[in-house]
Design a protein around this ligand. Structure first.
Ligand code: ZN
Length: 232
């Protein structure tokens, strides 16, 4: 813990002075982050570092397995963060970011390891769709490390689908004011893969990436107007 305290002192003495003007501006004007990033709580995945974001630029929600529970009336931390980011802050992009060597995904594959962690076990039920998809796609099974990787990738797609069940997200997407993105961070290489919904595969950011399946063109009223009633 001493390292953590030393880090706090270094921040106060060496880092903060260079950013004081920025912090003062943010304190005065409030935050206007560009995106909401939902990532795993894993200590090796640091959203601000991998996106090189400054304070005030990224609204972040982290949890075990970068999970987005489907919309429900029950209150939840992730659902509240989504609503606040979309409605109060007006973010225009939401990124769900999974990663390699994810402990949550490994736990999902070894339920016996979760016997003493009932909360983790219950939380990971939101990834069961991803698990079913992997089983269906690879009926002959996969080696443990391959299975964890396939599950972590598919989990990103499953959570994008859950995002669309949230009314605030569905509404802004229909208006063309919000885009969803699925990312996967490779710990060993630092590479980030992005989900291409057209090709249904992940490809390195920087390559030509199609929209995620969760993206849609804005809906136009003319498309949904009721048919004209003939005058009698
Ligand atoms: Zn993880």
């Amino acid at each position: 813990m001493n390292d953590v305290f030393r880090g706090v002192m270094r921040f106060r003495c060496e880092v903060f002075p260079d950013k004081q003007a920025l912090y003062r501006k943010l304190a005065r004007d409030g935050q206007k982050p560009r995106a909401l990033m939902i990532s795993c709580a894993d200590s090796r995945v640091v959203p601000e570092l991998i996106t090189q974001s400054e304070p005030g630029e990224l609204f972040v929600c982290r949890n075990a397995g970068n999970i987005v529970p489907p919309f429900a009336q029950a209150n939840g931390g992730v659902s509240s963060a989504i609503e606040y980011a979309v409605i109060a802050l007006g973010v225009r992009d939401i990124v769900v970011c999974g990663h390699s060597d994810c402990g949550a995904m490994k736990g999902l594959l070894r339920p016996e390891a979760l016997a003493e962690m009932p909360n983790v076990s219950a939380w990971l039920r939101h990834s069961h769709a991803a698990q079913c998809v992997v089983r269906e796609i690879y009926p002959n099974g996969l080696a443990d490390d391959q299975a964890a990787r396939a599950l972590a990738l598919e989990n990103v797609v499953a959570q994008l689908n859950h995002l669309r069940t949230h009314p605030s997200v569905a509404a802004k997407m229909a208006a063309g004011k919000l885009c969803l993105h699925g990312w996967f961070f490779e710990l060993e290489t630092g590479e980030i893969l992005a989900y291409d919904g057209v090709q249904a595969k992940f490809a390195p950011i920087g390559d030509e990436i199609g929209p995620s399946t969760a993206q849609q063109p804005a809906r136009h009223l003319a498309d949904v107007a009721p048919p004209a009633v003939a005058a009698e």
